[in-house]
Design a protein around this ligand. Sequence first.
Ligand SMILES: [Zn+2]
Length: 107
Amino acid sequence: MNKKELFDAFDGFSQNLMVTLAEIEAMKKQVQSLVEENTILRLENTKLRERLSQLEHETLAKHSSKQGKDHLESIYDEGFHICNFFYGQRRENDEECMFCRELLDRK
Ligand SMILES: [Zn+2]
């Protein structure tokens, strides 16, 4: 290998290293943007989980208030007042009570 061949070989190495360096820089940028995207998705995921658990609690509350209404309705159907005016008293001859009805219709 003469001197010219030697220097040509070094030039070739340098060229390759420059290309490799540029590739590494490009990969580094890709990784950076992936990490950023991942962070945004994790934040979104956290927000969605919080929202979901909120909704689950609301659904649970609605469910129990519906159960509460069913409970009141069955007491009324058994012939008792559920209204504030005659609360817990027996409805004479199963008479309709407009206060009780209003309460049941409202809920
Ligand atoms: Zn009543």
